[in-house]
Design a protein around this ligand. Structure first.
Ligand code: HOZ
Length: 420
């Protein structure tokens, strides 16, 4: 595989950006590789600047559920561009997108459009605190909720990948109100509520964790979180930045049948453009300015181009009644090939992660037992065989509707022949 041009560009990039990248995992350090520089992508494929073609299971870390460059999304974006790139003012598309979201995720009775998952989560937590007049937030070890100060505690994703325990630059006082519990462990949550119950504003959780690798919730875990928050006057926030419109059209809350008070969305909802959302119970959202005293704002919020992409993507998902079944079948096939190769993996819907530990991965500590050196070998093997996966043990493989049967069967063959 010739990657000369990528290597040259990376050297150049290193002069300007920390680690040569704009998001740490992309630096490929944990898999000891030079990042590939991408030239273009179409459908299920991604092409680097050296002309190598790969079947893409990163899908831009989730948004591309329809594959790259879906024609309806592209068309919508082109049309929107003709009308101007940003208004910083109200427009009709915002209402259309809000309606589409609410129709499919009815718990989002009122919502706000923002620009990134980090911003959505930060704002949702602020709304929860404002509504409850309480300060403490419960999060789970290994769950990643973006990079806002208060939530960078035992977070997954890039921090786990790069072995960064907690971020420097976050004053201790900023995380004093962040309590951590163990994912899938009810007792650890009960203990926090026994000790701090009256001060806990909310629990925030990835309903299916996907930033310590994919770790589905145990039967009854989300229901338990729903009950304990209700009993204690706290709110339940589902961070559905990854699972929203991914596990089902109604997100993880529909998939698992548990309704949170607040939800955050990102990735798919923007159709590949920077757009995210937070929302939920009307009475909570009415605390947000200008109705209430919880402040949150943004120049590019509701950006017309991003909104048009989101509308087109959601309409395409909504129209295609078999799409989620198809995704599930494809991911199931990939899982079968992993089984055939004797690999330990977790799968939920179209999200998968292979772990290199004999133990079942159910939380942060079992995820961390995975041998990252072995993962790096798996990653390189896939890449050499034209398969592009996330360069991190602690991220997910994403299946898209653009993956053809041929793509899947080829990938299955490659995976099933993997040996260490
Ligand atoms: N937090 C993202 C994955 N869960 C990282 C995305 C990126 O590096 O682009």
């Amino acid at each position: 595989m010739n990657t000369e041009k990528s290597e040259r560009l990376y050297k150049e990039a290193l002069k300007f950006m920390p680690g040569g990248v704009n998001s740490p995992v992309r630096a490929c350090r944990s898999v000891e590789k030079t990042p590939l520089f991408i030239d273009r992508a179409a459908g299920s494929k991604i092409y680097d600047v050296d002309g190598n073609e790969y079947i893409d299971y990163v899908c831009s870390w989730g948004p591309n559920i329809l594959g790259h460059g879906n024609s309806e999304v592209i068309e919508a974006v082109k049309n929107a561009c003709n009308g101007g790139l940003t208004f910083g003012a109200c427009h009709k598309g915002e209402i259309e997108l809000a309606q589409l979201i609410q129709k499919n995720i009815p718990s989002m009775e009122m919502l706000r459009l923002v620009n990134s998952g980090t911003e959505a989560v930060m704002s949702a937590v602020r709304a929860a605190r404002g509504f409850t007049h309480r300060d403490k937030v419960v999060k789970f070890e290994g769950c990643y909720h973006g990079h806002s100060d208060g939530l960078l505690v035992k977070a997954g994703s890039g921090l786990l990948t790069n072995s960064i325990p907690d971020s420097a630059g976050v004053p201790k006082s900023y995380t004093d109100n962040t309590l951590t519990a163990v994912y899938n462990d009810e007792m650890s949550v009960k203990e926090l509520f026994e000790k701090y119950g009256a001060d806990i504003a909310c629990i925030i959780v990835e309903p299916c964790a996907a930033n310590m690798g994919v770790v589905p919730p145990k039967e009854g875990f989300l229901r338990f979180l729903r009950d304990i928050t209700k009993e204690n006057g706290a709110l339940l926030i589902f961070d559905e930045v990854i699972t929203g419109f991914r596990l089902s059209l109604g997100g993880a809350q529909k998939y698992y049948g548990v309704t949170p008070d607040l939800t955050t969305l990102g990735k798919i909802v923007g159709g590949g453009m920077p757009l995210a959302v937070y929302g939920g119970k009307r009475e909570v959202m009415e605390c947000v300015a200008p109705l209430g005293s919880v402040y949150q704002a943004g120049t590019l919020s509701g950006n017309p181009i991003a909104v048009s992409a989101g509308i087109a993507a959601l309409k395409a998902l909504e129209r295609d009644k078999d799409l989620y079944d198809r995704l599930d079948k494809k991911a199931k096939r990939l899982g079968e090939s992993m089984k055939l190769a004797g690999l330990n993996f977790n799968r939920e819907g179209s999200l998968l992660t292979v772990f290199f530990t004999d133990e079942k991965v159910v939380d942060y500590s079992t995820a961390k037992k995975s041998d990252c050196k072995k993962f790096a070998l798996f990653y390189s093997y896939l890449l050499e065989n034209g398969i592009y996966a996330a360069p991190s043990q602690f991220e997910a493989m994403f299946v898209s509707d653009a993956h053809s049967d041929l793509d899947i069967e080829y990938t299955c063959k490659v995976i099933s022949e993997f040996t260490l």
